[in-house]
Design a protein around this ligand. Structure first.
Ligand SMILES: Cc1cc2nc3c(=O)[nH]c(=O)nc-3n(C[C@H](O)[C@H](O)[C@H](O)COP(=O)(O)O)c2cc1C
Length: 236
């Protein structure tokens, strides 16, 4: 079978790891694969915190309620949806376009689209702009086919969480392909972990923590169950 499919089908959530050194090269390959995931508007609205030092790992593992994948992992990755990253991302892409000698028209196009995106993606003070947008899009939808942009802060986090999760999946498949195992976890104390990482309540929400390491030979993986294809899939 093809290597990517092998990694997809072999990947399991490993609950007990054995100590193993993750080289800087391996770490970079794994993180690079994560950030190559597709994202909405290519906004890449997330931050990944690699927790590799013993002291930091122990502290973060404790905030993952001492779960065994966290306690035994060689590294932990905290994946954070970041809805405040827009301006810096736009700036970064503009600089890249200029350095790569994109035509002026293309750069202006991108600037215009980014400006519209910024307006669309702005809840405004007290959510007033969100309410106006909601009414406007609701009216437009009466006579044209149009989607609803994110409105509330919760909508924005939902939007960013989709792209963050795709990066997480890329990370886990890449890790598997490179010979290490993972366990995604949403069992953590979000408030304390956010505080520990110095995250902003306004812009950041932790999506998951991924434990990375080498599966312990002593850990017996339970059989893997999935719903049958016809329970999950509707073919039209
Ligand atoms: C979003 C998410 C959150 C999860 N949270 C935890 C967790 O907190 N602790 C844990 O041991 N496993 C956690 N898991 C792992 C699942 O239990 C595991 O993926 C599932 O049982 C299927 O097993 P498999 O991945 O080996 O096929 C989580 C998985 C996902 C996708």
């Amino acid at each position: 079978m093809n290597d990517i499919l092998d990694a997809i089908f072999q990947r399991r959530a490993v609950k007990v790891f054995e100590p193993v050194e993750i080289s800087q090269g391996l770490r970079e390959q794994i993180l690079n694969a994560a950030r190559h995931a597709p994202s909405s508007f290519n906004a890449q609205p997330y931050k990944l915190y690699w927790v590799g030092s013993a002291a930091e790992k122990a502290a973060v593992a404790k905030l993952c309620m001492g779960q065994s994948p966290a306690e035994t992992a060689s590294a932990l990755v905290v994946a954070v949806a970041d809805i405040g990253s827009g301006p810096a991302t736009t700036q970064g892409q503009l600089e890249w376009m200029r350095k790569s000698n994109f035509a002026e028209a293309k750069i202006r196009d991108y600037e215009r689209t980014a400006k519209i995106g910024r307006i669309l993606f702005m809840p405004g003070p007290l959510g007033i702009f969100a309410a106006i947008k909601r009414a406007l899009f609701w009216l437009m939808n009466l006579w044209m086919t149009i989607g609803m942009p994110p409105l509330s802060r919760q909508d924005f986090f939902k939007w960013a969480t989709k792209s963050t999760s795709l990066a997480c999946q890329n990370l886990m498949i890449a890790a598997e392909a490179l010979g290490v195992n993972t366990c995604p976890m949403e069992g953590f104390d979000g408030r304390r972990l956010s505080q520990y990482l110095g995250l902003s309540h306004r812009y950041h929400e932790i999506v998951m923590v991924i434990a990375i390491g080498k599966k312990s030979p002593a850990y017996v993986q339970p059989p893997q169950w999935r719903r049958p294809l016809d329970m999950t899939v509707t073919v039209l």
